[in-house]
Design a protein around this ligand. Structure first.
Ligand SMILES: NC(=O)c1ccc[n+]([C@@H]2O[C@H](COP(=O)([O-])OP(=O)(O)OC[C@H]3O[C@@H](n4cnc5c(N)ncnc54)[C@H](OP(=O)(O)O)[C@@H]3O)[C@@H](O)[C@H]2O)c1
Length: 248
């Protein structure tokens, strides 16, 4: 196999853009999914880098998903890496558990959970054609129930939110189930926690100014799991950050 074909959702800005850039810098051909046409080059692969193609992909739009899958099949015939990065926080000021509406919960789950299943299942036939496919779900430390329950953990001091953290916990649960199903097919599936990074995502949060970690730093763990070597038998069904395994 000469090239690794990697699709990253939400690759037009923030952590996804950096994941795309870092994969391209490692020589991957990157399909940078975005619901907006690229205003500036999706990322800079560097002299030794692979190509980056823009692919229109609103992950909540079934027509976009079908069209993107058909384009990947027609253009490349297979997919080696899928990074489900696109995500939303939803309106955090409306996520105090006792006053959160079902509509807010549904909106956040639509992008962070349901769309991941839809995109993954549409691309799985192409991932199955890869000799060593990898799926990386970009989760969050806020999806760790162990961390949320421990005041001393990296997220223990965060206020209670009813939609975003549970959506990432549900995403982690999907990771485990996909890993179980796909292990016999040598497809490794993992969740990653990028850590709090200074992207548009955290704008408006009271502690935003204290966040100094860059999107590039946050992207690294996703890139590591996306580029597990072809002979690797694992990890799969795990949850990782820069420091190793994150407790569920
Ligand atoms: N930043 C952090 O501190 C942090 C921490 C932990 C986990 N994360 C996770 O990391 C991932 C990336 O976050 P980020 O910080 O890079 O956020 P960001 O700067 O807000 O970027 C989010 C990306 O997701 C895309 N997106 C949202 N809804 C989409 C949809 N329906 N279809 C396609 N793309 C969609 C956005 O596209 P548009 O430009 O079209 O809106 C954008 O490219 C998310 O899953 C987030 O939950 C972030």
């Amino acid at each position: 196999m000469t090239e690794t074909i990697a699709l990253v959702t939400g690759a037009n800005r923030g952590i996804g853009r950096e994941i795309a850039a870092q994969l391209a810098a490692r020589g991957c051909t990157v399909l940078a999914g975005s619901r907006k046409p690229p205003g500036e080059p999706a990322a800079e692969p560097g002299p030794a880098g692979g190509r980056i193609h823009h692919v229109r992909l609103d992950v909540t739009d079934p027509a976009d998903i079908a069209a993107a899958a058909a384009w990947v099949e027609a253009s490349f015939g297979r997919l080696d890496v899928l990074v489900n990065n696109a995500g939303i926080s939803g309106p955090l000021q409306e996520q105090t558990p006792s006053t959160t509406s079902v509509a807010v919960l549904r909106e956040v789950f639509e992008t962070n959970v349901f769309a991941v299943l839809a995109v993954t299942n549409a691309l799985l036939p192409l991932l199955r054609r890869s000799p060593a496919a990898r799926i990386v779900n970009v989760s969050s430390g806020l999806g760790s129930l162990s961390w949320l329950g421990s005041p001393a953990s990296p997220v223990g001091g965060r206020p209670p939110f009813a939609a975003y953290p549970p959506s990432k916990t549900a995403l982690n649960a999907l990771t485990v189930q996909y890993a179980k199903e796909l292990r016999p097919h040598r497809i490794l599936v993992n969740s990653v926690a990028p850590g709090a990074c200074a992207t548009d995502f955290v704008n408006g949060l009271p502690f935003a100014e204290s966040i100094t970690r860059t999107a590039a730093e946050g992207a690294a763990v996703a890139v590591r799991l996306a580029t597990l070597p072809p002979e690797a038998e694992g990890p799969s069904g795990g949850f990782f950050d820069d420091n190793g395994e994150v407790p569920w």
